[in-house]
Design a protein around this ligand. Structure first.
Ligand code: BGC
Length: 736
């Protein structure tokens, strides 16, 4: 209700500056460009981090954008220098990493993806935009669209996981939410799709590392979300730090010009990542900063974030003929177009009283709670331990039970821990709570507190153990080579198990950890990807049964980090494992070299992962039946109509995320064993049965084939409708 009224205020506010028409914008851009000196053009291409300290530079027209100031008074002061003191009065673009909320922090993006609910994700982005723009920020560096198939990489936290289809849905939802319907509305926050491209494929899951991705894999797996977001109107794009096949993105003209501008028709703005232009030198791809600047600008970069190469060297490079003036003009057009689109010329300042009014509005907290609730994944629930209905007294233990800062997760710069509701806070409303943390923080190896927790367990009807990762353990540059619970957390869980009380483990982390052994030490396990401000309230609802889990895993859970990268939609091998793996302890002494069968698996951890992509249980049970296709054979322009019956056969009203997978059996290149092609959240009352349908246009079976053409190759396909990527039965059809 109140969101609507805020939007209305936003709309009214924008009346005097409603979206300028695109053709008028082009004219205004060209008129302004015609008045600019080369120095002023270069100034527009320069982005720096900070505020007041740059006032003189801003007034001199040397800065086009700033990042990392969020105080509206400071924003207005620097804006004033741009608008009232610089020769042409071109407003500044104020930016910030608003990644999963501004003040009201939503679950980390990987958690948002676990909701499989683009609607709540869009709403979350809209709320982030309302709160951030109230501080004067009009540009966020989000969504991160990097496909991530290796949880060792700390930045898996920031994206939607391993699947391109889910990535598209979540990315587009965020772009729409941030930007709203009208770029010139003061609550419109320009999105920045990042990091273009292949950053999540860093070798070994080590940040900033090289990525080796073929053009076909780029097009089939890594490009789709970027292309979809460009089509959805994303206003800006950020280049990535890494190289793909030896070409660092920031200097890759094929990516930034041929693909992005040429094939996709992007008319937004391209910014580097932080000093990624300068890092062309560290890569050994440019001789020095000047050379790096020439390579970046000529590749198609418009704005430099923090290398300072553009302000230092473009002028000389133009004079020497290494960069053409036309190239500079195009870059500046892209920047000015964005500023006009955002209505900054008409409306450069922010109402300094607004930020405090909109932050943590009740409906923002409510939406954050809904998102957190839907993001939690139930991994195990032996003997229906959860919900904890009959327990009166519970022991709450573990380092994440009351970690208001850490549950916000990575990139929560503007979230304030004093607003966080922790699980401990929330559970006190429902149970008589005994609190014994056992460990001080997630990496704590000091086991001296475990005895007290154990003793306290005797007085409780059930134990809830909150383990996981502090915020600092995931996100940028926070990679791990092992994915087990840190410190003595596994010991704490085992000690609780030894008490004989029912043990519920809640993992609160920034990635998919290897928790198979810990699952064996508890009765039930909930998995929450750093759930944000309202995480504790959401988790308490799930523990008590006021809410029923519906989250599904956006990444495969591994048995052991050594299996990484492992993703459900991998290409079929010539020797797939057919379930006849012989593990280390079963190998006879002096076994013959080929006696184990020569299939694709690990002798120690076997073939399969711990839990598949799309996995997540409920307090109720769902049964799928009567899955039918409207035809056996389809033409290229047909739509496949898949119907299925879903029954809620348990005793809780609940929501199931129904997933549609397809396999192309024979291709001109090897095809993935399964691909997600649709999903839907279906809510059913206990005992209710519903006939539902998916409509899948045959055109969505297209892929970049051997001839690097985007086509649907005729032939046989299989299709599954199921609750995760490893369940269900295959149904066959053919495309003629
Ligand atoms: C990150 C980006 C971020 C930028 C600005 C970089 O280190 O890679 O994702 O947007 O900093 O803070």
């Amino acid at each position: 209700m109140k969101i609507k009224s805020l939007l209305l205020i936003g709309a009214l506010f924008a009346v005097g500056c409603s979206a300028p028409k695109e053709d008028q914008i082009d004219k205004r851009v060209n008129d302004l460009l015609g008045k600019m000196t080369l120095e002023e053009k270069i100034g527009q291409m320069n982005q720096v981090s900070g505020g007041y300290q740059f006032i003189d530079q801003i007034a001199a027209g040397n800065i086009g954008s700033i990042l990392n100031i969020v105080d509206p008074v400071e924003v207005n002061a620097v804006q004033k220098a741009a608008v009232e003191q610089s020769r042409l009065g071109i407003p500044l673009l104020v930016s910030r990493d608003v990644i999963h909320g501004f003040r009201t922090i939503f679950p980390i993006p990987l958690g948002m993806a676990a909701t499989f609910n683009p609607e709540i994700v869009e709403k979350g982005a809209r709320i982030a935009a309302i709160e951030a723009t109230a501080s004067g920020v009009r540009w966020t560096f989000s969504p991160m669209l990097d496909i991530a198939r290796d949880s060792r990489w700390g930045r898996v936290a920031e994206g939607s996981g391993e699947d391109p289809y889910l990535d598209v849905q979540m990315g587009v939802a965020m772009v729409k939410g941030y930007q709203g319907d009208n770029y010139a509305d003061p609550t419109s926050l320009a999105a920045c799709v990042k990091h273009f491209v292949g950053y999540g494929a860093a070798e070994g899951g080590r940040d900033y590392n090289t990525a080796m991705i073929s053009e076909r894999a780029l097009r089939n797996t890594y490009f789709p979300a970027f292309k979809a977001c460009v089509e959805a109107g994303a206003l800006t794009l950020m280049t990535s730090f890494n190289d793909v096949d030896g070409l660092p993105s920031t200097g890759n003209d094929w990516l930034l010009t041929d693909i992005l501008r040429g094939e996709w028709g992007f008319d937004g703005m391209v910014v580097t990542d932080w000093n990624s232009s300068g890092e062309l030198v560290s890569h050994g791809y440019a001789e020095d900063l000047k050379d790096a600047t020439a390579l970046s600008v000529n590749a198609g970069v418009d704005m430099d974030m923090m290398s300072f190469g553009f302000v230092q060297h473009i002028k000389a490079l133009v004079e020497e003929g290494r960069i053409s003036e036309k190239t500079i003009d195009n870059a500046v057009r892209n920047i000015l177009r964005l500023k006009f689109r955002l209505g900054l010329f008409e409306n450069p300042y922010v109402d300094e009283t607004l930020a405090a009014k909109v932050a943590y509005a009740p409906e923002h907290l409510e939406a954050a709670k809904q998102c957190a609730t839907e993001s939690v994944i139930l991994l195990q629930n032996n003997n229906n331990t959860l919900p904890l209905k009959s327990a009166k007294t519970i022991l709450v233990t573990g380092p994440m039970a009351d970690a208001p800062y850490d549950q916000l997760g990575t990139w929560a710069f503007d979230g304030e821990e004093q607003h966080t509701v922790t699980p401990l806070d929330a559970l006190k409303n429902d149970y008589k709570v005994i609190y014994e943390p056992g460990l001080g923080y997630s990496r704590d190896n000091n086991t001296s507190g475990i005895a007290a927790a154990k003793a306290a367990a005797r007085r409780a009807d059930a134990v809830v153990v909150f383990v996981g990762e502090e915020a600092i353990l995931s996100g940028e540059a926070h990679c791990l080579s092992q994915l087990n619970l840190q410190g003595a957390q596994s010991k704490l869980i085992a000690a609780m198990k030894a008490t004989g009380k029912p043990v519920v483990v809640v993992v609160i982390a920034g990635r998919m950890l290897t928790i198979e052994k810990d699952m064996a030490q508890c009765d039930a396990m909930l998995y929450s990807l750093h759930p944000g401000t309202m995480g504790g309230a959401a988790i308490a609802d799930l523990i008590t049964g006021r809410a029923v889990p519906s989250g599904k895993s956006p990444m495969t859970f591994l048995r052991d980090a050594g299996q990484a990268p492992f993703y459900y939609n991998h290409p079929m091998t010539g020797r797939p494992n057919n379930g006849t793996e012989t593990l280390l302890n079963d190998i006879p002494i002096k076994a013959g070299q080929t006696s184990l069968g020569c299939t694709s698996y690990y002798l120690d951890s076997g073939y399969g992962p711990h839990l598949p992509f799309g996995y997540g249980l409920s307090y109720t049970t769902f049964e799928y039946s009567d899955i039918t296709l409207d035809k056996q054979q389809y033409a290229a322009d047909d739509t496949i109509v898949v119907e299925y019956t879903l029954a809620n056969t348990g005793s809780y009203d609940a929501t199931e995320v129904v997933q549609l997978y397809v396999r192309d059996l024979v291709g001109s290149v090897v095809r993935p064993v399964k691909e997600l092609k649709g999903f839907e959240r279906v809510a059913l009352k206990a005992g209710e049965t519903k006939r539902c349908r998916f409509e899948l246009p045959v055109s969505e079976l297209a892929y970049w084939n051997r001839d690097m053409k985007y086509v649907v190759e005729p032939g046989k396909f299989q299709l599954w409708v199921a609750g995760d990527s490893a369940s269900g039965e295959a149904h066959s059809f053919e495309v003629k």
